[in-house]
Structures are given as structure tokens and as C-alpha cells.
Ligand binder design. Structure first.
Ligand SMILES: NC(=O)C1=CN([C@@H]2O[C@H](COP(=O)(O)OP(=O)(O)OC[C@H]3O[C@@H](n4cnc5c(N)ncnc54)[C@H](O)[C@@H]3O)[C@@H](O)[C@H]2O)C=CC1
Ligand SMILES: N[C@@H](CC=O)C(=O)O
Ligand code: NA
Length: 437
């Protein structure tokens, strides 16, 4: 059979990684796919710059639409990133009857409903394994491996850059900015690294995971988002002292009232497997009724780990090129006419435990006032540590862990505590992982 011809849009970290993996493993990939898969066309913004991949045999252009519209190409691999040009290119490819593979989680989270609808009309595939947790085949695991289950919740370390930063801060005492610069240099970070450290990238991925886990539309705008940019070295060290690690988690949980969708820093007991997912590694823990808990672990970013997922998608697409579109695995795991609107719950209704840190005047009675407020709001304290005054000042850091409480009640307590004369500045709050009981 003749080779399948592929066009790659964007020859950056993932684009070059994909070219290299496809070439190095060409023989085994062809044995798996049943046909040779070759990249014939590519588009890059700058044509003649040195790259870690060989582009000599490619028809190279700086006009990505030319690749999309070239009749020789039957699969388009979108690795440009962003949501504007990428959306136009992907919709055009679908309109031309081409299959698409993309690593672009922002594109899927924001425009996936429109894109999958267009793909269904045209009977083409849009594959996006690389968009969530890089090389970990978690999309495939949820869509296919867990399809007999009712999924109850999932919690994932799904941003490699944030996890790399938190790990280096904890293990080597490095400062935030220098670790972020290294993550950028290693090709882990997004073009705009605020997407990583402000939790937006994790929220894109969580949007996708929740959709395929629960059969709901992609709803990025309903995710509660907090990043790691306000996590201080003190919080990392107090958490360690209390037997916890701070990780950035994306959490999606089905409750009787609806679905919780939240991406934020989280304290996890250090013995839990997720607490030990370090560096650029990602880990996704999924709890489902039949199988119980399953954990998926691996590299969440970087050239070849991400290329591994892009190439696996290419193999999947090639294997099912001749399959009747109705018989392919649905894009969002559930059949398109069975996607249901389940309410997404506001963060105030979430019930969890909290790490609180505040600066208190080193004076008798202040802690008693704080404890009274917490008690009146129905919040009980599980642990409390009072540190030495900072720099000889008369203020002491106080750190406490609460039992589970509704976020709305905690908000009330925090505003009353912040109003106390004996408390200076804001109360820092980090949610704790209470999912596994
Ligand atoms: N780097 C990683 O570890 C991972 C990245 N991704 C996603 O993969 C996609 C690509 O990411 P990277 O390779 O890291 O980005 P990158 O910035 O290294 O590469 C993107 C490439 O697209 C090119 N480009 C931009 N506009 C273009 C245009 N108009 N025409 C042709 N080329 C154009 C850029 O010049 C650049 O070389 C993004 O959607 C990203 O979110 C997903 C998983 C992991
Ligand atoms: N910037 C992302 C790349 C992979 O999705 C990350 O750090 O996880
Ligand atoms: Na993946």
C-alpha cells in the first residue's frame, strides 16, 4: 500500500520531536499502522533557521494554509499552538476532508465543541492525545480502557512546568524565576509561560479530561483556576514540616449536585503516590466504580514524550482510515448525541480541608480569637504550628490545617480573621487533597 502523507504545521519543540520519532521508528510504526507514514510537507515561521531535526526532504513553506490545502497531504498535524490561526487551519483541514492530529489543549478546550462537530459532519478524525499529560496515554485510557465504568473523580498533576518548579523549590531551595527560565529552555513551558504558572494550561487539560470522563461539553470558562505563582518558599517548607507536599492539581469530581472543576495548588500527604510525582512528570489518578483507582504516570512535557503521543495518534488515524466514521471511537468518549449538560458547581460549594497561614501579633489572646471565629463558622482545627517571630519583629507566622468544611464557610471565617486587630495582612489558604478519604 502507498505511504500515508502527513503535513506538519509548526516545527518547534514538538514538531521537531515528532519528525525525529517518525523517522527513527519508521519501520516499527509502519508494522503497527499497516502502512508507511511519511511527513512530506511542513510549515515553519522561519524557513532557514537551524533546528534539531532534518527538514531537507520536506516541502517547507511559511504559509501553513498551503500545507492544509495541498491535495497530496491526507493528515494534518497542528503543532503551532494558540487558538486563532490554529482554529482556522484545523477547521479548513476538516472542511477539506483531512484528518487532524493536534497537541493543542487550548484549542480543544476552547473550540473543541465546534471542531468535533465539524469533524463529525465531515466524517474525519481529530486526535488529541498529546494535548493532555504529554506522553501519558490518558485520553486513550479514559475513552477506551475505562469505558465500562462510571467515573467518580479524577485528580491530576497535569502541568509539567509547575511541577518542575515546585519540585526544584522544595528539593533544592531554588527560586521560582530561575526554575521557570530553565523549564522554558528545556521546551516544557508554553509560549506564554503565564499559562503554566497561573494554572490556565492545567485548566485547559482538566476541561478535556472532565469532558471525556463524564460525557459533558467542553466548558473551560466554568473551571475555577489558581496557579502556583503565589506559592512561597515558606509554604513549601511548612507543608513539608506537616507531612505534606504542595502540588498543582486539576480536579474533576462528580457529586449528587453536579461536577466540581478546579485547578489549584493542593497539599497532599507525602506518602500518597501523587505526592511523589516530581519534576516534569505528570500523574493522573482516576477513581471509577468498577475498577477502583488507577494511576497514570509519565513525562508530561518535552519534545519526544509529547511526540510519542502525536505519533500514536497518527497510527490510530491510519489504522482506521477505512473504517466507517460511525464506528470510530467518539471524540469525547460518549456518542455526540449523548453528551449531557450537568451543572458545573461554583467553588464556594466545594467541601474540602485547608492549610491556612497568617501573621499574628505575638500577644496573648490573638490565637484564641482566631479559634473562636473558626469554631463559630463550624470549622475545626486538625493541626496548628506557631513559628518564631520573623526577623525579631513582634509578628509570628501561624499555620493551621482544618478539617473538611464548605468553601463558603471558610470564606466567612477568613474575612472575620483578617479584620482582627491582631492579624496583619491576608490569610493564605491552600486547599488540601481529601478525595481519597
Ligand atoms: N512543549 C511541550 O512539552 C508540549 C507542547 N504541547 C503543545 O504543542 C503545541 C506546540 O508546542 P511547542 O512545540 O512547545 O511550541 P514551539 O513554540 O516550540 O513551536 C511552535 C512552532 O510553531 C511555529 N509557528 C508559529 N506560528 C506559525 C505560523 N504562522 N506558521 C508556521 N509556523 C508557525 C513557531 O515558529 C514555532 O516554531 C502547543 O499547542 C503546545 O501547547 C503539548 C504538550 C507538550
Ligand atoms: N507547558 C506544558 C506542556 C505540556 O502540555 C506543561 O508544562 O505541562
Ligand atoms: Na497524553
Amino acid at each position: 500500500m502507498s505511504p500515508v502523507k502527513v503535513g506538519i504545521l509548526g516545527l518547534g519543540t514538538v514538531g521537531c520531536g515528532t519528525l525525529n520519532v517518525l523517522r527513527r521508528n519508521a519501520h516499527e510504526i509502519a508494522r503497527r499502522a499497516g502502512r508507511e507514514i511519511i511527513v512530506t510537507h511542513a510549515s515553519a515561521r522561519t524557513l532557514d533557521k537551524p533546528r534539531p531535526c532534518d527538514t531537507q526532504s520536506l516541502r517547507l513553506t511559511n504559509q501553513p494554509m498551503e500545507v492544509v490545502n495541498d491535495p497530496e497531504v491526507s493528515i494534518i498535524v497542528e503543532l503551532i499552538g494558540g487558538t486563532s490561526l490554529a482554529r482556522d487551519l484545523v477547521l479548513q483541514a476538516i472542511n477539506d476532508g483531512k484528518h487532524v492530529v493536534t497537541a493543542n489543549k487550548a484549542l480543544i478546550a476552547l473550540h473543541g465543541n465546534e471542531i468535533f462537530n465539524a469533524a463529525q459532519q465531515k466524517g474525519v478524525m481529530v486526535a488529541f492525545e498529546a494535548a493532555v499529560a504529554g506522553g501519558i496515554p490518558v485520553i486513550k485510557a479514559i475513552r477506551e480502557g475505562l469505558s465500562g465504568n462510571s467515573i467518580q473523580w479524577l485528580a491530576g498533576i497535569i502541568n509539567g512546568t509547575s511541577n518542575f518548579i515546585l519540585t526544584e523549590m522544595r528539593d533544592k531551595g531554588r527560586d521560582f524565576d530561575s526554575v521557570l527560565a530553565e523549564a522554558q529552555q528545556l521546551g516544557y513551558a508554553e509560549a506564554d509561560p503565564r499559562f503554566d504558572v497561573e494554572g490556565i494550561d492545567a485548566a485547559h487539560k482538566l476541561t478535556i479530561l472532565a469532558s471525556i470522563a463524564f460525557g459533558i461539553p467542553l466548558q473551560f470558562d466554568k473551571v475555577y483556576i489558581e496557579g502556583i505563582s503565589n506559592i512561597t518558599a515558606e509554604d513549601v517548607s511548612y507543608a513539608t514540616e506537616l507531612g505534606y507536599r504542595i502540588k498543582h492539581l486539576g480536579i474533576a469530581k462528580r457529586t449528587a449536585e453536579g461536577v466540581e472543576l478546579r485547578a489549584h495548588p493542593t497539599l497532599i500527604p507525602y506518602r500518597r503516590l501523587l505526592a511523589n510525582v516530581d519534576g516534569v512528570m505528570n500523574g493522573v489518578l482516576i477513581h471509577a466504580d468498577a475498577v477502583g483507582s488507577t494511576l497514570y504516570y509519565g513525562a508530561g512535557a518535552g519534545a519526544e514524550p509529547t511526540a510519542s503521543a502525536v505519533v500514536a495518534d497518527l497510527v490510530d488515524v491510519v489504522r482506521t482510515l477505512t473504517t466507517d466514521p460511525e464506528n470510530r471511537v467518539p471524540h469525547l468518549a460518549f456518542q455526540p448525541d449523548s453528551i449531557s449538560e450537568i451543572p458545573i458547581l461554583p467553588i464556594e460549594s466545594v467541601q474540602t480541608a485547608y492549610y491556612l497561614r497568617m501573621m499574628a501579633l505575638d500577644r496573648v489572646g490573638v490565637l484564641a480569637q482566631v479559634a473562636t471565629i473558626l469554631g463559630q463558622c463550624g470549622i475545626s482545627i486538625e493541626a496548628l504550628i506557631q513559628k518564631e517571630p520573623v526577623g525579631g519583629a513582634d509578628k509570628v507566622p501561624v499555620v493551621m490545617l482544618t478539617h473538611s468544611v464548605q468553601e463558603a464557610q471558610l470564606n466567612q471565617a477568613i474575612s472575620q480573621i483578617e479584620a482582627l486587630e491582631g492579624i496583619s495582612g491576608s490569610v493564605i489558604r491552600i486547599r488540601m487533597d481529601t478525595l481519597a478519604g
